[in-house]
Design a protein around this ligand. Structure first.
Ligand SMILES: NC(=O)C1=CN([C@@H]2O[C@H](COP(=O)(O)OP(=O)(O)OC[C@H]3O[C@@H](n4cnc5c(N)ncnc54)[C@H](OP(=O)(O)O)[C@@H]3O)[C@@H](O)[C@H]2O)C=CC1
Ligand SMILES: N[C@@H](CC=O)C(=O)O
Length: 433
């Protein structure tokens, strides 16, 4: 009889866990053949063994005793999400000698170093490809394939739910609340979708990517975060009117001269000609720019049980091969230890929409406010609302060259102080131009 070499335990059998179990069970022979020894799902820990499950899940695999399960496993897959009890379970698994696969970006973004340290101390693997970009191979290229290069920037769409919601708002005119409900029904959203729409999920992913890309510890709290709840139908319409589409972007940059790292998540205007503009539904796409490799684009399904399960299984297979053939995955690398700088240091372009008095000299006053704060104007034009409405006042649309966030904030303050400006209607960052 074949010796069981790699015993796999699953904790959490929801949207992703069910699909992971399905792949492990239905493809067991093939996975075994690829590893060279048996890969077997030995148990699934859940809160209750009585809850309704997909028929693919054999009841005899279910247990509520995660500690007992972990004690008889070589690889533990954590798919419950959240900080606790997931952290305790992962640390318990490692202390018992098991390697861990997790998709838990919330925990990694808040407390990744504790997990890395525990993996190191126990001499086990920690893999988390599914934590960023769902099915897209992204962590491994950043952590391993680009280990000999110098990454300067990571820019992309890393949250499937918000991309789906903004896409629905732009293409069907649906409102945000309804689109979020649909994203939940598709299995894209987090257990609490606030994590998606308020940008927490994308911020955690930005922190994970920035830490790996810049060999520096960046936690979720270091990431400037704005979600999509303040995005209005008018913003979406204005984006289209000006040849853009609104996307929730994650941007992490190494500043020139290694002055530091800035990581941010916010809605941004993307020009229609840019590849990110064509990323629809729950798909994700991430540009990684490295000094030698140049720009690389990673694209694919960023959320959903089945695609995410593919990434989880890839990690299980890597660990299984390590168990059979020897070897270990990379440890945390934070030798660069660059300062993590606040949003005020970020540099980008802006589109500012202003309502001004329709009288001579106003344009000069507005231009003066930008110039006084060293923000260079690229274009300025009188805007006509997408619904064609006009009034006694005029709306101006100002697009700037690249400027520091602090300079733009000071400019907006100055504009608000001008009596010719009755309102700053919107300020949106422009990326990818
Ligand atoms: N859904 C997606 O598209 C993606 C999800 N992820 C990540 O994957 C992880 C799982 O997500 P997802 O499958 O969507 O989440 P779900 O909420 O669908 O599933 C979580 C499962 O874990 C169970 N669970 C919760 N607490 C415990 C516990 N203490 N002990 C045992 N089981 C528990 C839940 O049981 P109960 O039903 O009783 O609450 C549920 O079955 C999360 O970290 C998420 O961020 C990553 C990429 C994509
Ligand atoms: N809720 C997340 C799931 C994948 O990480 C998303 O919508 O991207």
């Amino acid at each position: 009889m074949r010796r069981v070499t790699v015993r796999v335990a699953l904790i959490g059998c929801g949207t992703v866990g069910t699909e992971v179990a399905r792949l492990l069970l239905t493809n067991a022979d093939e996975l075994t053949a690829r590893v060279g020894d048996e890969v077997r799902l030995v148990g699934i820990a859940e809160r209750s063994t009585e809850a309704e499950r997909d028929p693919v899940i054999p009841r005899e695999l279910l247990t509520t005793d995660w500690q007992g399960l972990v004690a008889r496993s070589d690889v533990v897959i954590e798919l419950i999400g959240g900080v606790e009890p997931a952290r305790t379970m992962i640390l318990g698994a490692m202390a018992a000698g098991a390697s861990v696969v997790t998709a838990n970006k919330e925990l990694l973004g808040k407390d990744g170093p504790t997990l890395y340290a525990a993996a190191e101390a126990a001499g086990v693997d920690l893999y988390y490809e599914a934590a960023v970009g769902g099915a897209i191979p992204l962590i491994r290229p950043v952590r391993e394939s680009l280990a000999g290069d110098r990454i300067t920037r990571v820019l992309g769409i890393v949250n499937g739910t918000t991309n789906y919601v903004l896409d629905q708002m732009a293409t069907t005119g649906e409102d945000l609340a309804l689109a979020v409900k649909q994203a939940q029904a598709h299995g894209y959203a987090e257990a609490d979708p606030t994590a998606d729409v308020e940008g927490f999920d994308a911020a955690a992913k930005a922190a994970i990517l920035a830490s790996l890309a810049f060999h520096t510890r960046v936690s979720t709290a270091d990431v400037h975060r704005e979600g999509i709840t303040a995005v209005t139908a008018e913003d979406v319409a204005w984006a289209a009117e000006t040849g853009h589409v609104l996307k929730l972007l994650a941007v992490a940059e190494r500043l020139p001269g290694d002055a530091g790292v800035v990581a941010r998540v916010h809605p941004a205007l993307v020009p229609l000609a840019h590849p990110l503009a064509g990323v629809r539904g729950a798909f994700n796409a991430v540009f990684v720019e490295a000094e030698a490799a140049g720009p690389l684009m990673f694209y694919g399904q960023g959320a959903g049980g089945v695609p995410t399960a593919s990434a989880v299984l890839g990690d299980v297979m890597t660990i299984a091969r390590h168990r059979v053939q020897g070897g270990r995955g990379p440890a945390e690398s934070r030798y660069a230890d660059l300062p993590v700088l606040p949003m005020a240091q970020a540099v980008t372009r802006y589109q500012v929409r202003l309502r001004v008095a329709d009288r001579p000299g106003v344009l000069a006053q507005v231009a003066g406010a930008f110039a006084a704060h060293d923000v260079s104007i690229e274009t300025v034009r009188q805007a006509v609302a997408p619904d064609g409405s006009t009034g006694e006042a005029a709306d101006l649309l100002v697009v700037t060259h690249r400027a520091k966030e602090s300079a733009l904030a000071a400019t907006v303050g100055a504009l608000e102080g001008l009596d010719a400006v009755s309102a700053v209607l919107s300020v949106l960052r422009v990326e990818g131009a």
